[in-house]
Design a protein around this ligand. Structure first.
Ligand SMILES: *Cc1c(COP(=O)(O)O)cnc(C)c1O
Length: 386
């Protein structure tokens, strides 16, 4: 089945038998526990809502279907999903190779929890060049952690090539697919072993739920992560499961519009005298435009740009916007804008941040699905105010 069909139907096929009411939308099952007739026969396989809930289960089927994978698991946040993957694959003194331009919270989890509490070693490399990844693999490396495109510099890495290098070395590959969304990029088909998502972003798409997902096809690994999800307990609530399943139904439509608007805004900014540089993979000037065309079916709705001024100019620009909400997070229907150096990436020490290229003049935009002309006009008047 094609993406848009799975997005609407997977996990929500109406049930007509056994006293069911043929719901077209999966009901929100709030019950924390499920009764059975006999001790060894849990009804429908459900026992207790942490270990399994029918609403969450429906969402998990949908998540797997839209990523082209066998299994999905829904977590209480993107970071809860990441934590549970870590718990499932790592033990003391293991090592991980990660892209150096990562979501700030992921880096904090790696450095201050996995490293400081559990002694896991991390090597951060510029994964735009797969040779850097290859060179960083050690005997105790357990997985490669990638984001593509990255946050906030919108850099890409060649998932297929890195998966080849990793698998030759017996190492797994995990891709945080939050920025592209499964509509534009399918890492499992490119050779990744596990996909993680912050469903808070594009997948839910309406800025009204925090959640995360793990999607994979490897049966043994799935059982292990599922076991740890139940053991550690970071599950998604029934209500959030409903919201995310609802959001996914329009994912294809939303992503098309996000991309169309982002391309228009990227072109506008690239031609503006107060803008030094625009980072958007849909622009032919993006150094990895060709890779984007090869491994993604679209360029998504995230872009960032550097103003010619510094932090003061960035602050003045941001304070003068009307339509773009100055807020962290991304992927919702409404346009959001933020200043990585003082907001999303403030937890990364300044010297590490600047080494990667996140400067004080950098602004990140999550382009919404509003009218593109209105958005361009708002950006234009705020740039005039600098
Ligand atoms: C937001 C985000 C996360 C973390 O997800 P939460 O739902 O906030 O826990 C991880 N990776 C990326 C790329 C993100 O944007």
């Amino acid at each position: 089945m094609a993406f848009a069909t799975n997005a609407v139907h997977a996990g929500e096929e109406p049930v007509y038998t056994g006293g069911a009411s043929g719901d077209v939308v999966v009901p929100i099952h709030l019950s924390s526990t499920f009764a059975r007739k006999e001790v060894d026969a849990p009804t429908g396989g459900f026992e207790y809502s942490r270990s399994g809930n029918p609403t969450r289960f429906a969402l998990e089927k949908k998540l797997a279907a839209i990523e082209g994978a066998a299994h999905g698991l829904a977590f209480s946040s993107g970071l809860a999903a990441e934590t549970t993957v870590g718990l499932s694959l790592l033990k003391k003194d293991d090592h991980v190779v990660a892209f150096d331009d990562l979501y700030g919270g992921t880096r904090r989890l790696f450095n201050h929890v996995f490293h400081d509490s559990f002694g896991i070693g991390f090597s951060y490399v510029d994964a735009r060049n797969p040779e850097n990844v290859k060179a960083a693999i050690q005997k105790n490396t357990r997985f490669i952690w990638l984001e593509s495109p990255t946050n906030p510099l919108i850099r890409l890495c060649d998932i297929r090539e890195i998966a080849g290098i990793a698998h030759d070395a017996g190492v797994r590959v995990i891709v945080d697919n939050t920025f592209a969304s499964p509509y534009f990029q399918q890492p499992i088909a490119l050779g990744a072993d596990i996909v993680v998502h912050s469903t808070t972003k594009y997948i839910n798409g309406h800025s009204d739920s925090v959640g995360g997902a793990v999607v994979l096809s490897d049966e043994e690994l799935f059982q292990k992560i599922r076991y740890n999800q139940n053991a550690a307990g970071a599950i998604l609530s029934p209500f959030d499961s409903f919201l995310i399943a609802r959001g996914i139904k329009t994912l294809a439509l939303r992503m098309e519009r996000h991309e169309k608007n982002a391309l228009e805004i990227a072109r506008y900014l690239a031609g503006h005298e107060k803008v030094r540089e625009v980072y958007y993979p849909g622009l032919p000037s993006h150094p990895q435009h060709a890779l984007a065309k090869k491994q993604m079916s679209g360029f998504s709705g995230m872009l960032s740009f550097e103003l010619k001024g510094g932090e003061a100019e960035a602050r003045r620009f941001l304070a003068n916007l009307h339509l773009f909400a100055l807020a962290e997070s991304l992927g919702g229907v409404e346009s959001l804008i933020e200043h990585p150096a003082t907001m999303t990436h403030a937890s990364i020490p300044k010297k590490d941040r600047e080494k990667v290229g996140v400067k004080d003049s950098l602004v990140r935009v999550s382009v919404g699905i509003e009218n593109a002309e209105d958005l361009v006009q708002d950006l234009g008047q705020a740039l005039d105010a600098i």
